[in-house]
Every structure is written in structure tokens, then in C-alpha cells.
Write a protein that binds this ligand. Structure first.
Ligand code: UTP
Ligand code: MG
Length: 658
């Protein structure tokens, strides 16, 4: 079952986590090197600005609001209880001397400067106070303006940085998706036998989206946060070494929690992802097989199974929420403890005059800034894990070397022009090693011949065709085209000359016209009209309101399988091939449609080489040669009349079909 498979591979992949992957992503980031550098520069600038804001506050407080020239004098030395803070002014400053002279009872003159207790400042006239502290007022205004400029610049830089990173992330994601898409459409068919559609689609959507997140938010935030942490630490230690040491004492505890969190969160994320993949594949399977589910009345069972997966997904989601719900408050508490330490030691530092008020205020701001990045990084770590495993899964597909092998340029043959003959030379083939589906097949088809292949279901008829169009290569032996091994022709040139009408033709969602024109470059209205008549499709298009421009639903399920086969005959006709390969539908087709298909085939085969796989012997009867296949081996070969005379498998089949 699909879900079982995908679960296995998700788990297997989830465990390995490798930074080497980052290296593999580099080529995708390389075209955007300049943008990345630009972004890093902006991040550095933004961080510096972020760091400067508390520092500017500190300078403002220490220089202008509570100047450090202030000093404290213990008025009652014996008890050491009451301290008075004095403002000191310089007599030389214009206007100061006269103000000091006006209040001789308040000021104490000491040489060049005069001091006044802060408590008495309110006794001065408002005008005098303004004069006295004029320099401080204008200083504060200047600093505030400066701060404003920084905040505005910071805003602009942040905007630019975000735009650049988002742009780059989107671009990389698009490049990656295109690469993946193109790679997948060139892969060998055997790959698709192993990988369910749902899983591949998830790669191109979810996984690529995860990578995008990593490129934008993670790179930006982690880089910014780390830079900020280092910056804050450096600033804290330069402001006050001892206080910095005291306040960062909680750091080891925080780190311990962060690591624990990251581990548990990774596990929770992984479970969540596995459950999501299960939901996706169950959904895909249900939609794909809805007919069978309804036919066998499996709705209730399927519902129950889905409900279980859905609940597991919910529980996994809740577990993740719980992990976050514990971790985030813990970091919050640690932050508060650090803040309390700062206030306790910083406060007493101010009282004892070893720390300035500005330094304490700056410390408090920095401590607040310090814990946000820690939280961010721990959170982003999980996103990173997620993106890494997505990257791993994407590269797993990109590493799939099983492309349809093309000849190396030196051994390649010139472009394939016209078919002169097709040979099977002792060809054996197996899909699964050891289980031979075709055994030692040899036959020849000359140009212009019609060869029919008959045989019971599972005999290997379709497999035979798969080798001719090179969906697969033979396990043993050779398929020769014009006497050369088919491997040495570019598959493109082979396929452009061969047309295949499959058992269950696949039509794309789109108009009938687009489906018919698929194989050929240009079709004029006249050509199309001719093809429609020749392939007996006209009755169909005439009966549809929009004619050839009728839009077929996905896979052409809106028309009958007989009609699908008619359209695919028209599609083969449009490409004007040398070799026609027709895999007759096994499904029941009414005799009228069958007649239409046969007459369309006759037109298609006229003047061309053809290989027909026939279930209805009326199709085989007129072939130049008939090959009867059973269990992967040729049991009879000859014309209709010869085989009837042989009284073997074919003649029994003929007798049965009457
Ligand atoms: P074929 O698909 O060649 O049989 O499979 P057929 O002769 O055309 O049968 P009908 O008439 O259309 O029904 C031959 C064998 O190869 C196996 C099948 O299980 C079958 O036994 N097979 C086919 C694979 O193992 N893998 C495939 O992808 C296809
Ligand atoms: Mg078949």
C-alpha cells in the first residue's frame, strides 16, 4: 500500500541529518550571491543599529539627564544612612555665575564649579533652572533626534533586507522546482513503478516550500540572532564586566533547555511530517480509487482508517504545541531571573556609585533583547531540521541517475531518418530481476510490413512494445533499428518517427485539438480536418458543442474509452510516423466503435510499417505475419492461413472467437 511505503521512506530519511546538504544547496544559491552578500551587509547594519539604541539611551542619561559629574555626599557620616545627590555646574558657563549669585543660600561654590542638592532645584525660578541646564536639554533633544534617525534607517534597512531575502528565497525555490520537474519527466519508467504519484507531488510542493522557509526566515533570523547575541554580550562586558558576568549566569541553564527543546521538537516535527505524508497519500489514493471504493462499499472502512491517521496527526500536532508551550515560558522565566539579577546588583551598584544609572537602563534593555534571539534560534532550529530533511528527499530524486540512457555523443548515430527494418535479436527482459517477462525473443519486421502479436493476457505483449519505444532497455539481447542497436539512436529521434496507440490511451486535460496536435509541431486547420476524418473522430467532434475545442477533463475521463482510442489514433496520424504500434484495448467496445477504430487504423497503417497487438483476431487476420506469444515466449509465427493449418494455439483461438 502506498501509505505504508511512504511512511517507511519518511522515517528512514528523517533520522539522517547532514550539514553536507547545505553544501549541495549552494549551487542553487550561487546565482544570487550578490543578493545574499547585500542581505548579510544589511543584517549587520540592522544589528548594529539595534545594538546602538540602548547604548544611546545610556549616553543620554549619563551625560545629560543624570550627569556623571553628579556626586553623592553622606550628610551624616556616622550613620551612613542618608546621602544627598548634588548637581554640579561650571561657573564659567555663560549666565551660570549670575544665577549662582542670586541664590547664595542654595549654592556652595567650590573653585571653578558650584554645587546644589537635587532636592533644592525646585526652589530655583523656572527660567533660571532652564538656563542652568540648557546644555543638558539641548543634548537630550539632539540624542532623541539621532535615535529617531536610527529608528527610521533601521526600518528602511529592514524592509530592504526582507524584500531581498524573500525575492532570493522565491527565486531559489522556483529554480529548484523547475530542476526537479524537468528531472522527473526524464526519469526512467521503472522509477515511477516504485514511487507513488502522491509522494512525488509532495516533493514538488511541500518539500520545496520547506526549503523556501529555510532560505528566507532561517538564514536571515539565525544569522541575525547569532550576530545580535554576540554583539549584546560584547557590549554588556564593555559597559560593566562584573554586572555582565552576574546577569549572564543563567545562560548555561538556558542553553541546556534550548538543546533539550531542540531535540524534543525535532522528534515532534518529524512525527508530524510523517503523519502529514500519510494523510496526503491516503487522500491521493482515495481520490484515485474512488470508483473502486464506492463499488466495493469501502467508504466506512476507508473513513475509519483516515480518521485514525487524522487523529494521529492531531496528537502529533498537540505534542509539538506542548513542547513549545513548555519551552517558551521557561525562556521567559530565565529572562526574568536575569533581569532581576541585573536590577538587584545594578541597583546596589548605583547606590554605591560603581554603576551609572544609564548603564543600568542599558543593561535592562540589552537583557530584554538577549532572550528573544535564543527563543528564535531554538524555534528556527526545528524549521531548519524540517528543511534539511526536505532537501534530502529532493536530492534523493535529483540523484536518481536512471534516466532513459542517451547515447554518448561519440557513439551516437546520425539522426534517425526513415525506418528500413526492425529486429529483435535474442531479447530477454524482466521488470524485477529474476522474473523474466520476455524470453529469448527474435523476429524481424521489414519496412512496410504489418506484424500482429497475439497471446493471452500477461504474455508480455505490452512489454515487447515498451522495448521498441525504449521505455525500458532489454535485459539481454538487442533491439535493432535499421540494423543498428536502438541504444545508439537518441531516443528523441526514434520516438518522433514511431507512434504508439496504447491499450488505455492517456489524454491530457485540455482541448481535443491540443491532444491531437501533441506529437506534431504545427497543424493547419486543413490538416486537422483531414486527420479528424481519417481517424473517424469527426462524428465525435461534430456531436460536441465546442467541436475540437471541447475541453477534456483530467485524463480524458469525460469521453468513452473507445472515443479515447480514436483520438489517440488521430494523435498518431498527426505525427506522420514511420512505424505504428497499436496495442488493442482489452475492454469491451461495441461493434460499431470497433469498426470505426479498425477503419481508422487502416488509414493510419496505409504505406507504413506496423506492429499490432491484437485481442480480436479480426484485427490480426490481415497482417503479413502473426506472432503468437505465451508466457514471454514465441510459440508460433506465420501468416493467418499458415497458422490455421498448423492447428496450434492460433487456430484454437480462431475457433473460439468464431
Ligand atoms: P504485459 O503487460 O506485457 O502483458 O505483462 P500483456 O501481454 O500486454 O497483457 P494484456 O493482454 O495487455 O493483459 C507481462 C508480465 O509482466 C509483468 C506483468 O505482471 C505480466 O506478468 N509486468 C508488467 C511487470 O512485472 N511490471 C510492469 O510494469 C508491467
Ligand atoms: Mg498489454
Amino acid at each position: 500500500m502506498v501509505s505504508g511505503n511512504s511512511r517507511f521512506s519518511e522515517e528512514k530519511l528523517g533520522k539522517s541529518y547532514d550539514l553536507k546538504l547545505l553544501g549541495r544547496l549552494l549551487p542553487f544559491a550561487k546565482p544570487y550571491k550578490l543578493l545574499f552578500l547585500c542581505s548579510i551587509f544589511l543584517v549587520v547594519m540592522i544589528t548594529l543599529m539595534d545594538l546602538s539604541i540602548p547604548y544611546i539611551t545610556k549616553i543620554t542619561i549619563d551625560t545629560y539627564i543624570v550627569p556623571s559629574t553628579d556626586f553623592f555626599v553622606s550628610e551624616t557620616p556616622g550613620e551612613g544612612q542618608k546621602k544627598t545627590r548634588y548637581l554640579s555646574v561650571r561657573m564659567k558657563q555663560p549666565g551660570v555665575a549670575s544665577i549662582v549669585g542670586n541664590y547664595p543660600e542654595l549654592f556652595r561654590v567650590k573653585g571653578e564649579s558650584a554645587v546644589i542638592p537635587y532636592e533644592w532645584l525646585s526652589r530655583l525660578q523656572e527660567e533660571d533652572l532652564a538656563n542652568l541646564r540648557g546644555r543638558d536639554f539641548s543634548g537630550v533633544t539632539r540624542m532623541v533626534l539621532f535615535l529617531l534617525v536610527i529608528v527610521c534607517t533601521n526600518f528602511i534597512f529592514n524592509f530592504a533586507q526582507m524584500m531581498i531575502m524573500e525575492y532570493t528565497g522565491q527565486k531559489i525555490m522556483h529554480d529548484l522546482r523547475i530542476t526537479l520537474f524537468d528531472h522527473i519527466q526524464h526519469l526512467d519508467l521503472a522509477f515511477f513503478n516504485r514511487n507513488p504519484v502522491g509522494r512525488l507531488v509532495t516533493r514538488a510542493t511541500n518539500d520545496i516550500q520547506n526549503m523556501h522557509e529555510m532560505f528566507t526566515s532561517v538564514i536571515t533570523f539565525v544569522f541575525k540572532d547569532l550576530f545580535l547575541l554576540v554583539g549584546i554580550t560584547v557590549v554588556l562586558f564593555t559597559i560593566n564586566f562584573k554586572l555582565a558576568l552576574m546577569s549572564l549566569m543563567v545562560l548555561p541553564v538556558v542553553l541546556y533547555f534550548a538543546v533539550q527543546f531542540a531535540n524534543v521538537a525535532r522528534e515532534a516535527f518529524r512525527t508530524l511530517r510523517i503523519k502529514l505524508a500519510e494523510i496526503n497519500s491516503r487522500f491521493a489514493e482515495t481520490i484515485e480509487g474512488v470508483r473502486i471504493i464506492q463499488l466495493f462499499r469501502q467508504e466506512v472502512n476507508n473513513y475509519k482508517a483516515f480518521k485514525r491517521i487524522n487523529r494521529e496527526h492531531f496528537l502529533a500536532g498537540m505534542k509539538q504545541v506542548r513542547v513549545f508551550a513548555v519551552f517558551l515560558p521557561v525562556i521567559e522565566i530565565m529572562g526574568s531571573v536575569a533581569l532581576a539579577t541585573v536590577i538587584l546588583y545594578g541597583g546596589s551598584g548605583i547606590l554605591s556609585g560603581t554603576i551609572t544609572l544609564g548603564a543600568l537602563v542599558a543593561f535592562i534593555s540589552y537583557m530584554r533583547m538577549f532572550f528573544r534571539p535564543i527563543r528564535d534560534i531554538a524555534e528556527k532550529f526545528s524549521v531548519m531540521q524540517n528543511a534539511m530533511s526536505s532537501a534530502e528527499r529532493i536530492f534523493l530524486i535529483l540523484d536518481q541517475g536512471q534516466m532513459v540512457a542517451e547515447p554518448a555523443s561519440d557513439e551516437g548515430l546520425p539522426e534517425f531518418k526513415k525506418l528500413t527494418g526492425l529486429n529483435f535479436e535474442n531479447v530477454s527482459f524482466s521488470y524485477i530481476p529474476g522474473e523474466m517477462v520476455l524470453k529469448d525473443i527474435s523476429f524481424q519486421v521489414r519496412a512496410g510490413e504489418t506484424v500482429a502479436v497475439v497471446g493471452p493476457t500477461g504474455a508480455g505483449k505490452t512489454s515487447l512494445i515498451n522495448l521498441i519505444v525504449r521505455f525500458y532497455d532489454p535485459t539481454k539481447g538487442r533491439v535493432l533499428v535499421n540494423g543498428n542497436d536502438i541504444k545508439y539512436y537518441p531516443s528523441k529521434s526514434i520516438r518522433s518517427r514511431f507512434a504508439l496507440v496504447t491499450q488505455d490511451p492517456f489524454l491530457f486535460s485540455g482541448t481535443i485539438r491540443d491532444n491531437i496536435a501533441q506529437g506534431s509541431r504545427t497543424l493547419t486547420g486543413q490538416q486537422l480536418s483531414h486527420i479528424l476524418t481519417a481517424s473517424n473522430c469527426r462524428y465525435l467532434t461534430d456531436s460536441l458543442p465546442d467541436g475540437v475545442d471541447t475541453i477534456l477533463s483530467e485524463r480524458g475521463t469525460s469521453i468513452s474509452s473507445g472515443e479515447r482510442q480514436l483520438i489517440s489514433i488521430a494523435r498518431a496520424l498527426a505525427s506522420d510516423p514511420d512505424l505504428i504500434i497499436f496495442d488493442e484495448a482489452t475492454s469491451y467496445i461495441d461493434s460499431e466503435t470497433e469498426h470505426k477504430i479498425q477503419s481508422a487504423m487502416k488509414t493510419l497503417m496505409a504505406g507504413r510499417t506496423s506492429i499490432l497487438i491484437a485481442h480480436r483476431l479480426s484485427t490480426a487476420r490481415n497482417a503479413d505475419r502473426i506472432i503468437a506469444l505465451r508466457q514471454g515466449e514465441i510459440i508460433e509465427t506465420g501468416s493467418h492461413d499458415e497458422l490455421i493449418q498448423q492447428q496450434g494455439y492460433y487456430s484454437r483461438l480462431n475457433a473460439l472467437q468464431g
